[in-house]
Design a protein around this ligand. Structure first.
Ligand SMILES: Nc1ncnc2c1ncn2[C@@H]1O[C@H](COP(=O)(O)OP(=O)(O)OP(=O)(O)O)[C@@H](O)[C@H]1O
Ligand SMILES: [Mg+2]
Length: 270
């Protein structure tokens, strides 16, 4: 082959390589921008939610303190107004407690334990208050040890079960809780981010109304809720997510509108 043809081929090869590198760089930049936009959106949702809830509480405090002043010559009536101010204060305090429990990164009391008992207890507590329209099926047998804070595991179970219950509130349905050991060598596509290792897998599934993709993408954001005001604050799954992460675990969700939802939680076995 003549020299200049060889040069041309080499030049084309280099051009293609540069093109590929440029495309890869652009892709990475777009991905980073999207991740940043998502985080900012989560932050706006949370800030908006906090401001909204505190505004409601402050309005109640302003209104009832004015009423208490108006009724000051009638102590019994003023007392009722002051009680309302106390109630609003209590609400604010519960609310900050909720935010703090979500944002706490330390303070867990982790011990090496099998979580089967905590999971069973939480499920029993839940089933004692759930309606007969919900059938509960469980298979909780593993006694593998993980480093866990029992209170947090309890909290996590109640949140997942409550969500399942809400999703099945309008229809009959089945809540299934499974605790099992899983050895992951090559993670299946659904759990692609899972590192190889031995895990305790907690699965909580329901046959409720499920979620569309848009909802699913936002469920772990603090303050994201599709429930009516007063029925949900949107903190449940954000808390579940932060507990799982603080336990060195991973959480995955599979859901389909009208079919149901399944949460998979993986905790590393010690
Ligand atoms: N099992 C489920 N089935 C269908 N949708 C769900 C399920 N779990 C969560 N979701 C969706 O995810 C949203 C966020 O859930 P999350 O638990 O964080 O908040 P919430 O239940 O709305 O309020 P909170 O838990 O603070 O009372 C819900 O509003 C709902 O749209
Ligand atoms: Mg919830």
């Amino acid at each position: 082959m003549p020299e200049d043809s060889k040069d041309k081929i080499e030049l084309n090869r280099l051009k293609n390589q540069i093109k590929k590198l440029r495309i890869a760089k652009e892709k990475a930049e777009i991905k980073a921008t999207l991740a940043h936009t998502g985080k900012m959106e989560a932050l706006y949702t949370m800030a908006g939610g906090i401001a909204h809830d505190f505004n409601n509480i402050l309005s109640a405090i302003f209104a009832y303190s004015q009423l208490a002043i108006n009724h000051i010559s009638d102590p019994e009536r003023a007392k009722i107004d002051i009680r309302q101010i106390q109630k609003a204060g209590q609400k604010a305090s519960d609310f900050t407690g909720q935010i703090m429990s979500f944002s706490r990164r330390t303070g867990y009391n982790k011990i090496a334990m099998p979580i089967s008992n905590v999971v069973k207890e939480a499920l029993e507590l839940f089933s004692s208050t759930s309606p007969e329209t919900i059938e509960i099926v469980d298979s909780i047998h593993s006694s593998a040890l993980i480093m866990a804070d029992p209170t947090s595991i309890h909290q996590l179970m109640l949140n997942l079960c409550t969500n399942a219950f809400h999703a099945m509130a309008k229809t009959r349905g089945v809540l299934t809780v499974v605790l099992t050991e899983r050895a992951i060598t090559t993670p299946p596509p659904m759990f692609a981010t899972l590192q190889p290792g031995n895990y305790l897998e907690l699965t909580v599934s329901d046959t409720g109304h499920g979620m569309d993709l848009q909802t699913m993408e936002r469920i772990f954001e603090p303050y994201f809720t599709t429930k009516k005001t007063g029925q949900g604050t949107g903190f449940g799954l954000a808390l579940v997510h932060s507990i799982v992460k603080d336990h060195g675990g991973e959480i995955f969700v599979k859901s389909e509108p009208d079919k149901g939802t399944r949460f998979h939680l993986f905790f590393p076995i010690i």
